[in-house]
Write a protein that binds this ligand. Structure first.
Ligand code: DGT
Ligand code: MG
Ligand code: MG
Ligand code: MG
Ligand code: MG
Length: 268
């Protein structure tokens, strides 16, 4: 086919191929969720509906896009890991990033009502996205450990902070002052001695964040069949194995998780 004289503009597109044989991480993060969470009356410090909605969106991203082997989320962010052998969209960074962020954002609005039945969504939320490539498994595991350590530090701080404000009657400024310079052990102690809260008994989803990995799940459904030697139809249960994103709230830090789930990073 003859080319138009405008064809040359295509040459202005730049290459943004992610280096081969590297893990590609796309992280999305809610835009100004400080405001979004206030306006939509998220409970503090954790709103279970908001976290479950994030997990629902991430599940959709994993199912709609190719080659995501693990995802990790907490607060208003989610990280998606594309397998190092992925050749999806010729490994173009812009494709990885824009597909993840748009699929995530539309899912957030699409699934909102399933989790916030009595709270209408007041304006369209936005998400930013970034791509980071990690050349070794160690780097990738350290990346995920970093996000989980961040989840832990923030959650512990927020749990004590809001206990001091909501149960202890402190102003936010006073609570902040009280916590300045405190270590993890001090925060545990405040929670336990002043509020009777054992931090280790707080829900895992808050303390560890959420992990999504592919696992075989047995799906049982009912089917009506006509048996060959009978005229009447009969309802039978059929089960089949399907690979689905499965949600875990577990430690990624340390080797145990990776030893128990070797399939995540193995060749596919
Ligand atoms: P950004 O990301 O720079 O556009 O700005 P933000 O405001 O999204 O800041 P970020 O991402 O560092 O912090 C997340 C905000 O989202 C933080 O203000 C707390 C809020 N948030 C996330 N999850 C929850 C929740 O479960 N409950 C409440 N109350 N707030 C939450
Ligand atoms: Mg931010
Ligand atoms: Mg944010
Ligand atoms: Mg954030
Ligand atoms: Mg097209």
């Amino acid at each position: 086919m003859a080319k138009s004289k405008f064809e040359y503009v295509k040459e202005f597109e730049v290459q943004d191929t992610c280096l081969r044989n590297c893990w590609v991480v796309v992280r999305v993060d809610g835009k100004n969720f400080h405001r979004f969470s206030e306006q939509h009356n998220f409970t503090k410090p954790n709103d279970i509906r908001a976290l479950q909605l994030m997990n629902r969106c991430a599940k959709n991203v994993m199912k709609e896009l190719d080659n995501i082997c693990i995802a990790y989320g907490s607060s208003d962010e989610y990280s998606f890991v594309f397998h190092k052998n992925s050749n999806w969209h010729k490994r173009r960074a812009s494709k990885f990033m824009t597909h993840v962020v748009s699929q995530f954002a539309s899912s957030y609005v699409f699934y909102w009502k399933e989790f916030f039945s009595s709270q209408p969504i007041l304006y369209p939320p936005g998400f930013d996205g970034r791509v980071v490539i990690y050349p070794s498994e160690e780097n990738l595991k350290d990346y995920l450990s970093w996000r989980q350590a961040d989840c832990h530090i923030n959650n512990m701080y927020n749990t004590v902070f809001w206990a001091l404000v909501q149960k202890g009657g402190l102003t936010p400024a006073k609570a902040q002052e009280r916590l300045r310079g405190t270590l993890s052990a001090d925060k545990n102690e405040i929670l336990f001695s002043e509020f009777g809260i054992n931090y280790n008994n707080e829900p895992l989803i808050y303390r560890k964040g959420s992990v999504l990995i592919w696992q075989k799940v047995n799906e049982v459904s009912k089917k009506t069949v006509k048996l060959s030697n009978e005229t009447e139809e009969q309802e039978v249960e059929v089960s089949r194995w399907r690979t689905e994103p499965v949600l875990l709230h577990t430690d990624l830090i340390g080797e145990q998780f990776w030893e128990e789930h070797t399939a995540i990073l193995s060749y596919r």
